[in-house]
Design a protein around this ligand. Structure first.
Ligand code: PEP
Ligand code: MG
Length: 325
């Protein structure tokens, strides 16, 4: 098995019926790139930049950030790198950025909400990213977007900083996609409208499930409500993918579920374009996809979202479909 996986390292991810799906890896720091390259990921589908902020005793400077982003982009050698802007708040705190106590930090001042409020921090990060964009295939992603106005506001700041750098004569890529995490249920429901303004979606199942099921992702007592195959979640996921495609955009997934063996056939059937996961899962998923037929699994996706009632129904359904084939 390990030998088969090793052979897949330099292969494209293709299903039995010849469909290509992009399998990428999630990283937290440039140090994670060794594993990304060792496992032959086709992209970095999520670079969680908050670790740059958390591993530092003060706000990281524009130059520090630039170096980190440039390293990752250069190592990917033209393959896509989706960098997510700072996602602080929730369970992630910064000692040098004291935030007032909140009763519900996961529902509070977090991610893009902080960035739009503290534009000094946001603009510094965007400038670093824009400067790094000259060294590879950069895509920028905003976390925790809940309204179209939030997305537009973030994009506006991005365009302003881009303009400034261009006027300063700094080399900046003219091909930077700007997209968003799909992890707030309000955004997922309204995905058809978001697809008109965002270049891509990446589904953050860790938060999307937490918020849709109203179950804290870190609380063991309610962990039974972490139900990635629940038809309610799958309908949202399908709506997000279909909405992106209708506008000619792409949709990926970077939450834990993207590398889950039960979830993969469902997502292939729905036509998810990009899967991003821990680097150590990349070859296992590529190997699994080799044995799947995307056209056959369309029926699975259809039934999982229209006929099934529970999470367990869908576990059974996936097993039925994948054993039959
Ligand atoms: C998610 O919410 O699924 C996600 C990928 O982001 P994070 O786990 O960093 O919140
Ligand atoms: Mg999240």
């Amino acid at each position: 098995q390990k030998a088969e996986w090793a052979q897949l390292k330099t292969a494209k991810t293709v299903t039995e019926d010849g469909q290509h799906f992009e399998v990428g890896a999630n990283i937290g720091t440039p140090k994670d790139m060794d594993a990304v390259l060792a496992n032959g990921a086709e992209a970095v589908g999520l670079y969680r930049t908050e670790f740059l902020y958390m591993d530092s005793s003060e706000l990281p400077t524009e130059d520090d950030q630039f170096e980190a982003y440039k390293t990752v982009l250069e190592q990917m050698d033209g393959k896509p790198v989706v960098v997510r802007t700072m996602d602080i708040g929730g369970d992630k705190k910064l000692p040098y950025l004291p935030l007032p106590h909140e009763d519900n930090p996961f529902l509070g001042y977090r991610a893009i909400r902080i960035s739009l409020d503290r534009q000094d921090i946001f603009r510094t990060q965007l400038r670093a990213l824009l400067r790094a964009s000259a060294y590879g295939n950069l895509r920028i992603m905003f976390p925790m977007i809940g309204t179209v106005n939030e997305f537009k506001a973030a994009k506006k700041v991005f365009l302003e900083e881009k303009d400034k750098l261009v006027k300063e004569g700094v080399k900046v890529s003219d091909n930077i996609q700007t997209g968003m995490m799909m992890e707030v249920p309000a955004a997922a429901v309204l995905a058809d409208q978001f697809a008109k303004v965002a270049d891509f979606f990446s589904i953050g199942t860790n938060d999307l499930i937490q918020y849709t099921m109203a179950a804290d992702r870190g609380n063991d007592r309610v962990s039974y409500l972490y139900q990635p195959y629940n038809p309610s979640i799958l309908r949202l996921v399908k709506h997000i993918i279909d909405s992106a495609h209708k506008e000619g955009k792409w949709a990926g997934m970077c939450g834990e579920a993207a590398g889950d063996p039960i979830m993969v056939p469902l997502l292939v059937g729905m036509g998810l374009d990009e899967f991003s996961m821990s680097a150590t899962s990349v070859l296992r998923v590529r190997s699994q996809m080799k044995g799947l037929s995307a056209s056959y699994l369309k029926t699975l996706a259809e039934r999982a979202t229209t006929e099934s009632v529970t999470n367990e129904d869908n576990i059974k359904l996936v097993k039925e479909f994948t054993e039959k084939h």
